[in-house]
Structure formats: structure tokens, C-alpha cells
Design a protein around this ligand. Sequence first.
Ligand code: CAA
Length: 248
Amino acid sequence: MTKQKVVLVTGGMGGLGETISTKMADAGYRVVVTYSPGNAKHAEWVAGMAARGYDILAVPCDVADFDSCTRAVAEVQAQVGAVDVLVNNAGITRDMTFKKMDTVNWNAVMRTNLDSLFNMTKQVADGMVDRGWGRIINVSSVNGSKGAFGQTNYSAAKSGVHGFTKALALEVARKNVTVNTISPGYIGTKMVTAIPKEILDSKILPQIPVGRLGKPEEVAGLIIYLASEEAAFVTGANIAINGGQHMQ
Ligand code: CAA
């Protein structure tokens, strides 16, 4: 019997992360999520998942902190074995115009959305190379490709995500480890519904040709494809999933 593949989803309790996690469990993966150490509702979340029939391991991890990532992945390995698929999904926004941007909000976004790729991928990449199989899927954003009003920090970090993807994809391609970026547009999660309604309605929705927000399930479906055997020839790609808002 082939071993059930282990997928680690950072920020796996969040808006996008939760759907990625349940859909990957439905697809047969052993799912592990990381949650921010400050999240007091993690036990409740795991219990809620169990009630829905999902056995998901959750470990605390500050993705902005290298040592925290080292500890988290060591715990994952001890409990369920090596990580086969890493989904670098954890991310935050601290939106404000550049005029108001300060170092605290710049650094928070760079550390959580970009440094996290180094911090987490470093824990699992050598093992994937040694075993000759792996999938690394980095969640960027349409706003990393096109920029967004109020997001100098976020757009810079999300743009950096794909530079990381391309360089690492070159280094590990011969070892059957693929590294890809996905760039979701505006998906109906808390991060997007937190945008002031008049801005969402007047500035953002009119830019989406499909005429609606995306669904977390649509993003999860793309991730499941990239994690699959069939996607072995897709590496170093940046796949847009944005309802036509930005065409590369
Ligand atoms: N395009 C053009 N103009 C915009 C704009 C936009 N997207 N957003 C705001 N403006 C304009 C406003 O209309 C306003 O113009 P006037 O002064 O002429 O009325 C001016 O900018 C100032 O806007 P606010 O009054 O809202 O200023 P603020 O300082 O209170 O807030 C802001 C600024 C925080 C950037 C706020 O406008 C905002 O939250 N905008 C949305 C930012 C956004 O799109 N974030 C994406 C979050 S979702 C995400 O990041 C997920 C993903 O990956 C896609």
C-alpha cells in the first residue's frame, strides 16, 4: 500500500486555509495545519473539524520566526512523518496608503508573507530532494502581479513570492520536486470582506470580469491539481486564478 501523502498547510485554519485543508483531506491526504500561536480557538477548530469527520493535526507555528518553524515541523515529522506537500498559505494584510505606512506594518507583512517562505520551506525541501518527490505551492496574490492601492507592503511581499518560486524550482527540478506559485484574486474570505464595502463595491468588483468574488473551493481545486502526480511537468509557474481581473 502506498503511504498516505502528508500535506502541511500554513495558516490552515484561516479563510482560504480551512477550505484547502478539508478539500485536501477529501482528496486523501493526511492534513496538517499550522496556526498562529496567538490563536486561542485552535482546540475548538480541531474539535469542529473532528465533528465534521476530519482528523486534522494542528501545530502552533509563527511562520515569521525560523525557530518556531523548526519546532513545528519537527513535531509534524514525529507525529505523522515527512512532509510531502507544503502549501505556504499563511498571510496577513496591513493595508494603508504609503503615506501612512510605517516600519511596523511594513515589517509585519514582509515577515509573515515573504520571510515565511524561507522559514518553512527550509524545514522540508532537503527531505523532499532526498526522497525524490515533493510539491511546494506558494500562495501569492493578484496584487503581487498588478499592485494594489493601499498595499505597498503586501504587493511587494507577494511579488517576492514568485521570485522565490522560480529560483527554487530551478534548483530542485531534477529531483521531482515542483515549486509553483498561485495568485488568487479577490476570494470571498474574511480578508476580503474586511475591505470597506464602498471600496469593494465601487473600486474592486467592477474590475472583475467574471462579476463576483472567487470561492475558496476554486483555489483549493487548483492546489489539489498542483499537488498531484499529473502536475509533475508544471514547475516554476505562476498560475492566476482571479476571474479575469488581471491577465498576464
Ligand atoms: N483604487 C483607487 N482609489 C482608491 C482605491 C482603489 N482600490 N481604494 C481607495 N481609493 C481612494 C478612495 O476612493 C479615496 O478617494 P477620495 O479621497 O478621492 O475619496 C482615497 O483613495 C482614500 O481612501 P480611503 O478613504 O479608504 O482612505 P483610508 O486611508 O481610510 O484607507 C485603504 C485606505 C486602507 C487603502 C482602504 O481604501 C482600503 O482598505 N482599500 C482596499 C485595499 C485592498 O484592496 N486590499 C486588498 C485586501 S484583500 C487581499 O489582499 C487578498 C488578495 O490577495 C487579493
